[in-house]
Ligand binder design. Structure first.
Ligand code: HEM
Length: 253
């Protein structure tokens, strides 16, 4: 039976899908950590290749795992007030932004110290695009949705753009990771990649799991049955807004 729109609802498949996405997302983080930590010599902040290793780890944590979780907030906390969900969405995005900045600084610092040219690869162009759009999206979201000054008309106009760019960015971040993984493999194990060496297989598995994570998050986000049910106070607000904008009586059919 369908849930009543005004009562808390919890589709039974949702917790399993969300749980599955978290297992896969954490596996991506652990595999990236093991790849850079075990096969590529570990981590440091000294301009060496160990500083580069911070880059993939931060990007997978910040722009894939945490970003994915931030966009799932409205589905996971579908029965909490919208304000709570909004604040959590903004905070997880902020953490994701900070971690991504660390990942950016690490790779640019490494290139500077090793005299490697910047921004020549397709990976770096897609990465820069992801990062710039992410910053714009975060600032626009903060000003339009979190601060009280924006009008309801502006908010509802911007919402569809915010949702579109939010999902587009997530797809772009995963595509950028795949390009980065491929590039790193060619730099590091070009001679042995075709021999199915463990490092190559591990990195290929990472690429596939990133796609599975993206698929799970995308599926949860786009299913109608997982969307937030209208809450009584939000219903009242949208009725009030409809009355103001369309001149309808809240009780008219
Ligand atoms: C969404 C995630 C990612 C973003 C936004 C991103 C962004 C970037 C950017 C902007 C650069 C250029 C730095 C410069 O020119 O000095 C770069 C370099 C690099 N990244 Fe990523 N990256 C991401 C994930 C990854 C991952 C998962 C790997 C896998 C190992 C990786 C591997 C590399 C490599 C090998 C370079 C150096 C070569 C180059 O400049 O293309 N990246 N990344």
């Amino acid at each position: 039976m369908a849930d009543s729109p005004l009562e808390p609802s919890s589709p039974t498949r949702l917790p399993w899908l969300v749980g599955g996405s978290q297992v896969v997302g954490l596996a991506c983080v652990v595999i990236t950590g093991v790849w850079m930590g075990h096969y590529r010599g570990g981590y440091a902040w000294d301009g060496s290749s160990k500083q580069f290793n911070v880059h993939p780890l931060c990007m997978v944590i910040g722009l894939v795992f945490l970003y994915g979780d931030a966009i799932l907030v409205y589905r996971v906390f579908r029965n909490e007030s919208k304000r709570v969900a909004k604040i959590l969405h903004g905070i997880i995005h902020l953490i994701s932004l900070i971690i991504s900045i660390v990942g950016f600084v690490s790779v640019f610092g490494f290139h500077a110290k090793a005299n490697i040219p910047d921004m020549y690869s397709l990976h770096s162009w897609c990465g820069m695009l992801t990062f710039v759009v992410f910053c714009i999206q975060w600032l626009m979201g903060l000003t339009i949705f979190l601060f009280p000054g924006a009008s309801p008309a502006l908010r509802s106009w911007y919402l569809s753009l915010h949702v579109f760019f939010g999902l587009a960015l997530f797809i772009l971040a995963i595509a950028t990771c795949l390009l980065g993984i491929k590039e790193k493999l060619l730099f590091s194990i070009m001679a042995t990649y075709s021999k199915f060496v463990p490092e190559g297989v591990l990195a290929n598995v990472l690429g596939l799991l990133l796609l599975v994570f993206g698929g799970l998050v995308g599926y949860i986000l786009t299913r109608d049955e997982f969307k937030r049910p209208p809450h009584p106070e939000e219903e009242a607000l949208s009725m009030h807004f409809k009355t103001l904008t369309e001149g309808e009586s809240p009780n008219s059919p």
